[in-house]
Design a protein around this ligand. Structure first.
Ligand code: IMP
Length: 215
């Protein structure tokens, strides 16, 4: 059987890789992750936007490994805090803080504030080794709860209240959350045009690359 062309998910998080593999299972592509390639240098996520960080991770990985690569960057932006924690969501409160520490810090910052609008945002970047990239974005608006509720999900889910379902994200099942979440939206946008994405990748890979065997 002919080997499938390879697409690398620029993460060592097995959950993220499994999610994208499942989402793209009907397409002729083999999803690998950084864990399949041994040590490569870490990329510093020091961009000012989700877009900049996602592109940085995807293009660096594609260049280093020679395969097209996908990366995502996401976080929560709070209106009353001028968009913070935003791109710093994962490290809000310091490197050693836990998810719970971060939730507590954010609730403390918001104490007494009535304007509690917030949005989860996600950007997915798919880059080829020569540099060009495609970008997919998803956004989900809600409000910061006064106190945590729910035990599902991760990160800021217990304090992100989603008015249309009258629950926090941590009170939704994985399927319910994925239907409305920033990440779910961005991923479905990518899947919706994945046939075209595959053609675009072929066009941007060198002629001698296995990606072009089945042109
Ligand atoms: P990333 O993995 O570098 O994109 O980090 C994103 C950070 O934003 C995570 O560590 C979480 O703190 C937060 N975050 C992103 N998406 C979600 C979500 O769906 N629920 C809760 N927290 C999220």
């Amino acid at each position: 059987m002919r080997k499938l062309p390879i697409l690398v998910m620029a993460t060592r998080n097995p959950g993220k890789t499994a999610e994208i593999r499942e989402l793209l299972q009907e397409f002729p592509v083999e999803i690998r992750s950084l864990s399949d390639f041994g040590p490569i240098p870490e990329v510093e996520e020091d961009g000012d936007t989700f877009d900049a960080n996602a592109y940085k991770k995807a293009s660096f990985t594609a260049r280093v490994l020679g395969f097209p690569a996908i990366a995502d960057d996401s976080g929560i932006a709070v209106d009353a805090l001028n968009g913070a924690p935003g791109v710093h969501s994962a490290r809000y409160g310091g490197e050693s803080a836990s998810d719970e520490d971060r939730r507590r810090k954010l609730l403390a910052e918001m104490e007494g504030r009535t304007h509690r609008k917030a949005a989860f945002e996600c950007v997915i970047s798919l880059a080829v080794p020569s540099g060009p990239a495609l970008t997919y974005e998803g956004r989900c608006e809600g409000v910061l709860a006064e106190a945590p509720a729910g035990a599902n999900g991760f990160g800021y889910d217990p304090i992100f209240y989603y008015p249309p379902l009258q629950k926090t994200f941590a009170e939704l099942t994985r399927e319910e959350k994925s239907r409305v979440s920033h990440r779910g939206k961005a991923l479905r946008e990518l899947r919706g045009e994945f046939d075209k994405v595959l053609q675009w990748i072929r066009k941007h890979m060198p002629p001698e690359d296995p990606w072009n065997w089945e042109k």
